[in-house]
Ligand binder design. Structure first.
Ligand SMILES: Nc1nc2c(ncn2[C@@H]2O[C@H](COP(=O)(O)OP(=O)(O)OP(=O)(O)O)[C@@H](O)[C@H]2O)c(=O)[nH]1
Ligand SMILES: [Mg+2]
Ligand SMILES: [Zn+2]
Length: 309
């Protein structure tokens, strides 16, 4: 109702609004792409700041395109299907976590991102890249995530391994977001996949400068694929707001054992008679994942205590 009333107001003011998706935002200017792949540079109305909403890459918006030299404005941000703060993106329906042998993968970070993706109702795809450097890593990752039902695709931007398989997996209409550590090879992989010229950088230089090569999120639409490139992580950084009691629900591989632990309230954190622990002991689920789950659980409990006790 409120939205409709506002729409009419805007229409009565004689503005004709167009619809598009926010593909980039730099220095207070946003680039909107319409259905015909035309791009417009616009600014954002102050009312959003008052409402504490900031436009994010991936947002579907209604905008005025501006005239001549005058830039247009974002007038409305349409309701978001999903929302992520790190990286700040909207409407992503598949999180693609890129893992490489170098820099050494931080699997806690990976599990944290998986948990957050599930929390938003996103799909997860693990992409293990730089196959040319280490053909063993994909198998290890696959072992850890098989019982969670999380698909793993192994690729190399260098020699082309797996690129066709990945392309096919991405071309299903979902909005994918590439994330992962800085230097994992996200931009290089997107260049190889889609024939782009995104900036890429040497790992040693990244570490020296402590900086990402990719600094701005970018939404790319090409060959039926909709995908975002984002700046990678350098540190363990995340939103740690999860309720500890719900963390286990983000682990699909625990599901078959729910209700089978001695205690109804079992959080699978070394309680006696824990069916999840037994499953890990028998190798039915990944012990590594369970260990990392307990680290994230301790973290969630800590945050919970700080906030509510
Ligand atoms: N051997 C090998 N090197 C790769 C491959 N893919 C990327 N690289 C190298 O990895 C380094 C980092 O690549 P980028 O694409 O800039 O990494 P990124 O994940 O986009 O990094 P940020 O933008 O900082 O988050 C570059 O030196 C690439 O040449 C690959 O498949 N094999
Ligand atoms: Mg990059
Ligand atoms: Zn248990």
């Amino acid at each position: 109702m409120g939205e409709n009333a506002e729409m009419t107001e805007i229409q009565e003011a004689g503005l004709s609004l167009e619809r598009g998706v926010l593909v980039r935002g730099i220095g207070g200017f946003y680039t909107i792409r319409d259905d015909n792949h035309r791009e417009y540079t616009v600014r954002c109305k102050k009312k959003f700041r008052r409402e504490k909403i900031s436009p994010m890459v991936g947002d579907e918006v209604l905008f005025s395109s501006g005239q001549g030299e005058e830039h247009g404005w974002i007038e409305e941000i349409l309701p978001r299907k999903t929302e992520c703060l790190r990286p700040p993106v909207a409407n992503v329906t598949r999180l693609v976590i890129v893992i490489a042998p170098v820099p050494k993968p931080d699997m806690i970070l990976v599990d944290r991102q998986i948990s957050r993706a599930y929390n938003q109702g996103m799909d997860v795809l693990l992409v293990v890249t730089k196959y040319d450097l280490d053909p063993e890593l994909p198998g290890q990752i696959e072992n850890e995530y098989r019982t969670a039902g999380i698909p793993v695709i192994s690729v190399s931007a260098r020699d082309g391994t797996g690129l066709e398989i990945l392309k096919k997996a991405l071309a299903d209409g979902k909005l994918s977001c590439f994330t992962g550590q800085s230097g994992a090879g996200k931009s290089t992989l997107l260049n190889a996949l889609l024939g782009l010229e995104l900036e890429t950088g040497d790992i040693s230089r990244k570490i020296e400068r402590g900086k990402n090569t990719t600094r701005h999120t970018e939404l790319i639409e090409k060959n039926g694929i909709r995908v975002m490139d984002t700046a990678g992580f350098n540190l363990l950084e995340a939103e740690k707001e999860l309720d500890p009691a719900y963390l286990k629900e983000r682990y699909p591989e625990f599901e078959p054992y729910e209700g089978k632990c001695r205690f109804d309230e079992c959080l699978h954190d070394r309680e006696p008679g824990c069916a999840v622990q037994e499953a890990a002991d028998k190798g039915e689920i990944s012990m590594e994942r369970l260990k990392r789950y307990r680290i994230l659980l301790a973290e969630a409990r800590e945050i919970w205590r700080e906030r509510y006790d």
